[in-house]
Design a protein around this ligand. Structure first.
Ligand code: PLP
Length: 439
């Protein structure tokens, strides 16, 4: 460490930037995520990437989509290519309400704002609710894109432990009590209740009312981020938190995982009182979400068997999940544990004490397999014994091969550890103490 408290390599990189003294304080928290840093290396063809979270779009009906897009331009081009309202295209908002009804949510289209992916909705919600220093509670681990947004608004993220049944209500109570004892304001709980990214676990239905009740009692807003909710591998759909509390939950949804991520269409359903501020924030961020893209989604929902399409996504992702879990069972060395998701894209793995997943990463890439080290999913340096493995993109046989390679790297690492003990880089790169993880 240097006098600024920065590791030397980071300070060196920053001092090359001639604008260093100009940045606003909020830019300090903006750093490249572990996922982004890995992107270039993991997309080399010889590397099996268990790193990225890109949905697999191969099953989409591209021919008929291209006809639909052409006909939108031909028939309604002057609307489709024009600015729209910050609120979103009215017919799409009605259709989104039908999509959410599958999870028991009965929202009004007026209370819904269409955004540029749910990522923008996350940004807007943080913008209107969080001042610098406000505490946001988030599951540990949590979605890296949300942590980046919270950092950019200088929020103070505190993690709440999960187990195999999702967020632990007792841990939530303890986190709230600790903040209150310290005289600190907790503004919101950010939660991904279904098929969590990165943990793969789902909040037990029996815990949902309790989480809602705890937050209401402590005057803490709930942000329910649910991009994977319709991707349960047995077609199971869990009741949204928003279906149980319309006053204190903001629900974020997305077509990125159930249709097409590149269209960048997501939404926020807010309590009625919040709606106006959300629309104003959306207007100042982007004026409006792209009209053409909203119309493409709307046409798709109106003319395609979108529920059938989601079923075929479920089947495809289930096969890939099975390939990953089977490979882990067959090849992983003793001492590794992992979650067993019943939907979504991700498995969360914990490796034996002393192995540092970030330090090991270059050796894994050399062995032509990529994963995301766990530290990227915590705001506080935890996660050095964890990694996220995604099964959404490579075909099953590549996944099996990737797991075999990863198991070989881990076995070697454990062998080295048993012979020489932890390396310096291991002990520098984060706590080795038990993490509030999901394993
Ligand atoms: C939990 C979670 N929330 C939000 C997003 C952002 O999704 P979108 O493409 O809708 O912006 C993602 C994307 O991976 C995600 O995993």
């Amino acid at each position: 460490m240097t006098s600024t408290g920065q590791p030397p390599e980071r300070q060196g990189a920053r001092s090359l930037d001639p604008h260093l003294r100009r940045y606003a304080a909020r830019a300090e928290g903006m750093t490249a995520s572990e996922v982004r840093a890995l992107f270039a290396v993991a997309s080399r063809p010889e590397v099996v990437s268990l790193a990225g979270g890109m949905p697999n779009l191969a099953a989409l009906p591209l021919d008929s989509l291209s006809d639909q897009i052409a006909s939108i331009i031909a028939d309604e081009g002057l609307t489709a290519l024009q600015y729209g309202s910050a609120h979103g295209v009215p017919v799409l908002r009605e259709q989104i309400c039908e999509v959410m009804a599958l999870e028991g949510v009965h929202g009004h289209p007026d209370d819904l704002v269409v955004t540029v992916g749910s990522q923008m909705a996350l940004d807007l919600v943080t913008r209107i609710f969080c001042d610098p220093g406000d505490i946001i509670l988030a599951e540990g681990p949590s979605y890296v894109g949300a942590l980046g947004t919270f950092a950019s608004y200088q929020a103070d993220v505190r993690h709440v432990a999960m187990d195999d049944h999702g967020l632990v209500p007792e841990a939530l109570r303890a986190a709230l009590a600790a903040a209150e004892r310290a005289g600190r304001r907790v503004k919101m709980l950010y939660t991904i209740p279904n098929f969590n990214n990165p943990a793969g676990v789902t909040l037990a239905v029996s815990r949902r009312a309790e989480v809602i009740e705890i937050c209401a009692r402590h005057d803490v807003l709930i942000i329910e981020d649910n991009p994977y909710g319709l991707l349960g591998f047995d077609g199971q759909i869990y009741p949204a938190l928003r279906s149980m509390d319309a006053d204190n939950v903001i629900y974020l949804g997305s077509f990125s995982k159930t249709f097409a991520s590149g269209l960048r269409v997501g939404w926020a359903l807010a309590p009625h009182a919040v709606r106006e501020k959300l629309v104003l924030a959306a207007e100042s961020a982007a004026l409006c979400a792209p009209t053409l893209n909203q119309m493409v989604v709307s046409r798709y929902l109106a003319t395609h068997d979108w529920k059938g399409q989601i079923k075929s996504f479920q089947t495809m992702y289930r096969e890939r999940r099975d390939a990953l879990l089977t490979g882990l069972d067959q090849h992983m060395p003793a001492g590794c544990t992992w979650t067993k998701p019943d939907g979504g894209f991700f498995v969360w793995m914990t490796v034996p004490e002393g192995v540092d997943t970030k330090a090991m990463q270059p050796r894994a890439v050399t062995a032509r397999v990529a994963y995301v080290p766990g530290t990227g999913f915590y705001a506080d340096g935890f996660g050095s014994r964890q990694m996220r493995l995604s099964f959404c993109y490579p075909p099953p046989e590549r996944i099996s091969e990737g797991v075999r390679r990863l198991a070989g790297v881990l076995a070697q690492e454990i062998d080295l550890l048993n012979t020489f003990g932890p390396t310096t880089s291991r002990s520098l790169s984060g706590p080795q103490t038990p993490t509030p993880d999901t394993a």
